[in-house]
Design a binder for this molecule. Structure first.
Ligand SMILES: Cc1cc2nc3c(=O)[nH]c(=O)nc-3n(C[C@H](O)[C@H](O)[C@H](O)COP(=O)(O)O)c2cc1C
Length: 250
């Protein structure tokens, strides 16, 4: 198993996988890491749909256009989940507050599922596997995906994670410098200096995009991210949440 430093500092998203199976020992380790994720109130407001069925993976590929979904050996879909606690409360005759109807209720489920996914990312990486988070499983066709995965009310997809034996080793992507990520004691007030550092970083990413191994592009960081936001403005996530039994009021 890789040490913690190599696991965390050499991780990249891997989108091409070998055909070989993931060793059972590695899968068991990923499960245990996911189960031991810290969660709000220890409520464990998440579930994972663990997909090995090839026809189902291909159907999800057809919906999302993400090739990794059919070539990965395992696809784990991390969901926010209040169904489980509500089932138990009902069995015990306990009245449950409508926590799903609050923004904090939504955030808690999203945080728990995201942390669980990160546990899986790290565990997979430590075992020498590669992974790729797939947000399109949340956004591409939420109603169809909820139907395919038979999601009950109180459960919605936060993100997918494709896992497999790596068939590529992409270059590490340059990330924002420490000075832009860590603010000392309070949020930085030197906005002009920040903007300069952001512009420098933008230039670093442009250079990386022009020169990286594999396919190269001409885009900068800022314009690229804004294009994603533009596209994402068509997503109707509130409607999706309503369909899954949420009614966010406050
Ligand atoms: C929530 C989330 C959703 C993502 N969705 C996708 C996706 O749908 N398709 C994809 O190819 N990569 C996806 N990614 C991977 C990012 O593009 C990737 O993490 C980012 O470009 C940084 O590259 P790195 O992981 O190699 O450091 C996603 C990552 C996160 C955290």
């Amino acid at each position: 198993m890789k040490d913690v430093k190599e696991t965390l500092l050499e991780r990249t998203s891997v989108r091409r996988y070998e055909r070989e199976d993931i060793p059972q020992e590695a899968l068991d380790f990923i499960y245990r890491a996911v189960e031991n994720t810290p969660t709000s109130y220890n409520g464990q407001q998440f579930s994972v749909i663990d997909i090995s069925d090839q026809p189902l993976k291909e159907e999800l590929y057809a919906i999302t256009g993400q090739k990794q979904l059919k070539t990965c050996r395992r696809l784990m879909i991390f969901c926010s989940d209040y169904n489980k606690i509500l089932l138990l409360a009902k069995r015990k005759g306990l009245e449950a507050p409508e926590f799903t109807d609050t923004m904090d209720g939504v955030m808690i489920g999203v945080i728990d599922a995201s942390l669980a996914m990160m546990s899986a990312v790290v565990a997979a990486q430590a075992c020498g596997l590669g992974s790729n988070c797939i947000g399109y499983l949340r956004t591409a066709d939420p109603a169809k995906i909820a139907e395919l995965l038979k999601l009950p009310k109180g459960v919605f997809v936060v993100c997918g994670l494709a896992i497999g034996v790596p068939r590529e080793q992409p270059d590490l992507k340059p990330k924002e410098p420490k000075s832009l990520v860590f603010h000392e004691n309070h949020y930085r007030q030197d906005t002009d200096a920040m903007v300069n550092e952001l512009a420098d970083y933008d230039a670093v990413v442009s250079e990386y995009n022009r020169t990286r191994s594999g396919s190269t592009t001409e885009n900068d960081w800022c314009g690229h991210i804004l294009d994603y936001y533009r596209h994402a403005m068509s997503y109707r996530i509130l409607d999706y949440l309503k369909a899954q039994g949420y009614d966010v009021k406050r």
